[in-house]
Every structure is written in C-alpha cells, then in structure tokens.
Design a protein around this ligand. Structure first.
Ligand code: F6P
Length: 542
C-alpha cells in the first residue's frame, strides 16, 4: 500500500463512497434545500456551483481532510515561494510569477524574477504596438498585416485558444494563423492566401529544438526568401520566443525581435509568457495585461481562500473523487461559447501532460488511478452529437459546464437560447426523467423504457460575467491550480513530461529509414518493419 491509499482520509473516503455511491442527486436535493447555496463558491471573478455533484457535507469534509493529509497547501506555498517542486527536472514551477504585479517579489535561487518578467512584457508591448500601428514594416516597407505563429504543444495550443477566445477584442484588420503540425499541409493551407510582404512569422518554442517547429520554421524561411528574393528579408519577417536564445541566434532571427522566458515556465503553462506574443499583438498590450490580471486574481484566490471555498482546490478534489472512487475514466469539459472551441484541446495538454503519470515522487509505481482523460466540445454542438451517451449511456462522465452571463456577439438575443441549453443540460444530466414521470406525461408503453433518463450525472457549473481577457486568464488559472491540486493528492510530478521522449527518439531513428535512396536494415519489431517497408514501396512508386 502506498502513502496515498494508506492515509486515514483515503480509507474513510472508500467506506464513505460505498455508502453514498447509489444515492441519487434527486434525493440529495430533496433532503437538503440549502445545498445549491452551500456547495457554491466565488473567486477570481468566477462562480462555481458544484452542488450537482454526488457529494454530501461528509464527502467534502473527507476530501478536504485528504488535501490536508497530502499537504496540498504546503506544496502550493512551496510553488509560490519558488521552490524546485519539479523534482525530476530540478526546476521551480513559477508560472504564477508571469502574472505577478510589478511590485511583487518572487525569488528563484535567491534572485527576484519579477523585474525580468516585466522587462520582457514591456518589450513585447513595444513590439506589439509597433506592429499594430504600422510602425514596424516588412522588408519592402509594407505594413505587417498577417501574423503566423509557428509552434506546437504549449507553444501553440494556448496562443490559438486565446486568439479564438478573445477574437472580439482583437485587431480585425490583421490576420492570425497558427501552424503546428509537421504535415506540410498545415503550413501550406495557413499561408496559401498570404502576401509574404505583409507577413510576420513568430517561431515559438521553449527549447527551439522541437522537430515540428524547427521544420516549419525552416519552411517559412524558404517560403519568405523565395517570395521576397532576399535573405535579408528574414530580419523583418521573423520573431522568436524561446528560452534557448543561442538556438534563435543560430537560426538567424534578429535579437531585437526575440523574446525570452525561463526554464521555470512549463510549456503547457506558458500562454501568459512571451509565448503569448501573438495574443498580445491580436488584442493589444492593455488587454493582455488585463488577462494577466485575471490569472493573478485566481492565483491569489488559490493562495489565500479557505480550502472549502477555494475553487481550484474544490475542482481538483472533485476530480479525484470521481477518478479514484467512482472509477470515472474521463472528464468532459463543455464551454457554452463558440469562442472557447479550442479550450478543451488546450486543457487536454494542460491536464493530461501534467497528470498522466504512473510513478510517484519517490519513483514508486502507484497503485491508484492518476490523471483522467479530458475531452470536450463547445455546447450546444456537443448536444447534437455525443450527449446521448452522457444522458443514457452506461459510463459515468462527470462534466464541467462553462457559461457567461453577458454576450459579446451583437446577436445578443441568441445568448439566452445558448444559456437556456446550458442550464437545461445540467438539469437533465443531474435529475433525468423517471418512468413514472414519463407515464404521467402519456408516454406510450412501448417507448417508455427507452425514454427513461436516469440522471445522477454530476456537473460543475462555472459561470462568469462575460468572456473577456481577465475572465479567460482566471479560467485558465483555475484549471492550472486544479491540476496542481490533483497532482499533489496523487503525489506525482505534474511538471515533467518524460513520456513524450521515447516517441521522439524512435521517430528520429525512423526518419532516415524512410529516405528514398536508403536501403535500411530494419531492426524494429516485425510490425514496424513491415509498415516501414510497405510505406517505402507505396511512397516511392511512380
Ligand atoms: O513534446 C512535448 C513538449 O515538450 C511539450 O511539453 C511542449 O509544450 C511541446 O513539446 C513544445 O515544446 P517547445 O516549446 O520546446 O517547442
């Protein structure tokens, strides 16, 4: 038995779960009229109603006890203090410093990092404003109108998600594109209609070594030089964001257009660092700073709010509750906003790269489940596709539902339709429809069994005033800290990602084996050998 499953709180939660696992939300609500009010909390501009969860006061008490026994608050304080809590990489985990106000002080190895953070932010603001105003022109003197971010993983998902989310706040006269995939189709489609004279590429890569990004960056350079006929054009059409300034210099990007960050920022925690340069160009420095303000508000809430009213803590603990005690394999995230279409994809990396681990801090293999599979689509789209399974399938899929009280679209009357659907879905998932109710409504006997909707499907409802930069920052920080809470409970390092390495190494071995002229002696497993051979035969047949 490991430390986690041996804790008194874990054992108590196991027996408690056995007692309440079949209790229906209908009963919980009928027995407890104050439940909606009690099981809700506010922080960082977000409201969380978590009353439609299969919990009682006792559940919450035990989950909070588990957090206490696992030292979540202590570990949180260590993170905020700049301690090297990413033990396998011996690094501090300080994305919270990226949004710390100018007058705060956060030290890593005794050095205050806040002044450097603001120095980079100021340089980004200057660059963004010159681009937006037309002060920064391309090689032929034309104004830059297109920005193409080249990056993958954390150097892509955050920028693309934020651009889409905050499009109503963006400079509409400019075009923003995102190239991530090493499939040449991604670059080709993204640049097909762009005028090179008006295009800036931002090469975003923490390491500046990632195969996909380096390949696409080289393609972009060839595309640009091919169109503008001069290597000198690179200086006016490329910017870079990286911790590897040497790598950037070797690539030939002008140091004046280069923005750094630090090894204490994880890739999936970097959208508010210089990796957000495309976001800042799109929405302007003031809006970007408002977004940082939202992040910081949630950081402060997480740092200071009592555990029972602490949104990220509660969200993280509920994830543990379903993941480890109900055996739920997945969590759905359904933002009721077309602008948040990429939010589930963003959260996939944030959560699954962080908490998809099978060894604990001490290197021991865990004997409990860790990070769930995260997935989702915006509502109402999902309702007409996979919600059937959520309502009547055999799997328990707890869902986070996200909505906004005020619309941003001028088609404001449609907002009530959107929100009505959001509330209705959470109601239907939680309370369903019984056979009795159906019969009373005159449902024909032959149909009734098929129409019964069991309910008792848990949801968290996250509501905010409107989807603006501050709200987006707060929402992202909510999930960052929920992921932290989960990782601290499971005793895993949420800030490394060793599991992605093997595939990279194997790919670099296979790349030369696919070469047209090569006559490779393949020594993979039989399946991989056969697939490579088949590919080679088909690839090079005229
Ligand atoms: O392969 C995974 C990963 O290392 C992610 O953690 C990271 O966000 C992504 O690749 C991109 O890395 P980089 O920003 O260094 O190009």
């Amino acid at each position: 038995m490991t430390a986690l499953t041996a804790t008194p709180a874990w054992k108590a939660l196991s027996s408690h779960h056995a007692q309440i696992k079949d209790v229906h939300l209908r009963k919980l609500f009928a027995d407890d009229p104050g439940r909606a009010e009690r099981f809700s909390a506010e922080g960082g501009g977000l409201f969380l109603d978590y009353s439609k969860n299969r919990i009682t006061d006792e559940t919450l008490r035990l989950l909070l006890q588990l957090a206490e026994e696992r030292g979540v608050a202590k570990r949180r304080d260590a993170m905020f203090a700049g301690e090297k809590i990413n033990a396998t990489e011996r690094r501090a985990v300080l994305h919270v410093a990226l949004r710390a106000p100018r007058d705060s002080r956060i030290a890593v190895d005794g050095v205050d990092v806040v002044p450097d953070v603001h120095k980079v932010l100021d340089a980004m603001a200057d660059f963004a404003s010159r681009l937006r105003s037309g002060g920064f022109t391309g090689h032929t003197g034309k104004r830059i109108r297109n920005v193409v971010n080249i990056g993958i993983g954390g150097s892509y998902l955050g920028p693309e998600m934020a651009y889409r989310a905050l499009r109503p706040f963006s400079e509409r006269a400019m075009t923003f594109r995102f190239v991530a995939n090493v499939d040449g189709g991604d670059f080709t489609e993204a640049t097909l209609d762009l005028n090179a004279e008006e295009t800036l590429f931002i090469v975003s890569s923490k390491t500046f070594t990632t195969l996909e990004t380096m390949t696409n960056a080289a393609t972009a350079r060839a595309w640009l030089v091919g169109k503008l006929g001069s290597d000198a054009a690179v200086a006016k059409h490329f910017a870079a964001v990286s911790t590897n300034i040497d790598g950037v210099t070797k690539f030939g990007i002008d140091p004046a257009n280069t923005f750094g960050f630090w090894d204490w920022v994880g890739g999936r925690y970097s959208m508010d660092s210089a990796i957000g340069l495309s976001t800042m160009i799109a929405i302007g420095a003031d809006n970007f700073r408002a977004m940082l303000g939202g992040f910081h508000a949630m950081d402060e809430h997480f740092r200071t709010a009592p555990a029972a009213r602490n949104l990220p803590m509660v969200l993280g603990l509920l994830t543990v509750w379903y993941n480890n005690f109900f055996g739920a394999q997945t969590i759905g995230v359904m933002p009721y906003s077309a602008h948040l279409a990429r939010f589930p994809a963003y959260l996939q990396q944030l959560q699954m790269e962080s908490n998809g681990k099978h060894v604990d801090f001490d290197g021991g293999v865990v004997d409990y489940q860790t990070g769930p599979i995260i997935w989702g689509e915006p509502g109402t789209d999902g309702q007409h596709s996979f919600y059937q399974l959520l309502h009547q399938g055999t799997k328990l899929v707890p869902c986070d539902m996200i909505g906004f009280c005020k619309p941003l679209s001028p088609l404001a009357e449609q907002h009530d339709l959107l929100m009505a659907n959001l509330f209705a879905q959470a109601e239907a998932l939680g309370f369903g429809k019984t056979e009795q109710e159906l019969k009373a409504e005159g449902s024909p006997d032959f149909q009734t069994p098929f129409r019964v909707t069991e309910g008792n499907r848990p949801t968290n409802m996250i509501l905010a005033e409107r989807l603006d930069p501050a709200t987006l920052g707060s929402l992202v920080a909510l999930y960052e800290h929920s992921v932290f809470t989960q990782g601290a409970i499971w005793g895993i390092d949420s800030y490394d990602q060793w599991g992605v390495e093997l595939g990279k190494v194997l790919a670099s071995r296979i790349i030369p084996e696919l070469d047209r002229g090569a006559e490779p002696k393949l020594s993979h497993d039989a399946s991989t050998n056969a697939l490579i051979n088949r590919y080679r035969r088909h690839r090079w047949v005229r």
